[in-house]
Design a protein around this ligand. Sequence first.
Ligand code: RIB
Length: 302
Amino acid sequence: MSIIVLGSINMDLTTYVPRLPAPGETLFGTSFITVPGGKGFNQAVATGRLGSTTRFIGRIGDDPFGHGVLDLIKDEPIDTSGIMIDSHHGTGLAVISVDDQAENSIIVISGANMAHNQEEIDRTKSALEGARVLLLQLETPLKTNLQAAELARAAGATVIFDPAPAQALPDDAYRLAHVMTPNEVETEVLVGVRPGNVAEAKIAAAKLRARGINIAIVKLGAQGVYFESESESGFVPPFEVNAVDTVAAGDAFNGGLAVALDAGLSLAEAVRWGAAAGALATTKPGASSAMPTKEELMELVN
Ligand code: RIB
């Protein structure tokens, strides 16, 4: 059994600052790192490090950032042969600031990520045999994501759709994905309710399910996670950790969730794995660099 991740891959240019700058303000930062990121790639690194056989399908530019990314990811435990080098578009970039409270702001320049086309669909199709889970996000075109979801569903794989960054979605997205995992901001864009607590997350999940999604998982950040399917629902409280950088915590959540579902665990346990992976990702700097290992996850969930 295995996981396929179709999605974005970026070079993340991350500055650490005491606080996020106000408009027109110049601030001195404390440090700077460049690490591979992108919501899709982060999720792939998470599922690989957590022990699932993982194939990542994406696109970079034929430029120094792209070649730098390839060099930095060569030791990750995932199959990256599905990354295409595009000579017409630049590598995706993310300009990130992280403050002393571990909060972040991110600006993404999509580049090659938004140039996904039939070639990504073909690569996804050939990877689907034996795959149990397909992970999707919204940093690559919605059209190709929906095509991939349709193929994966027909092949019997579970489609987990992370609607990030937020955008309103057509009915087909709710019909083709099995699981949707919005955070508070994304939930508001999708169903008009910004959940600030479990009761509001419950209302939002019901609205998401009414649109056709089988399993709604509403991520409440540091407040935990609410989940709901036709047969079960529940709330997973947050794991207590020492957070230094919240970048890619949501990606780690989806990785943990996917690995648990790939391993045949219950939905409740899978959401717990997701929450634990998300919490662990906040304890280290960077995006893909912060994805936890299986050993770290087991120590937290047991
Ligand atoms: O979710 C975090 C990711 O968002 C970063 O790695 C950055 O590349 C942006 O895509």
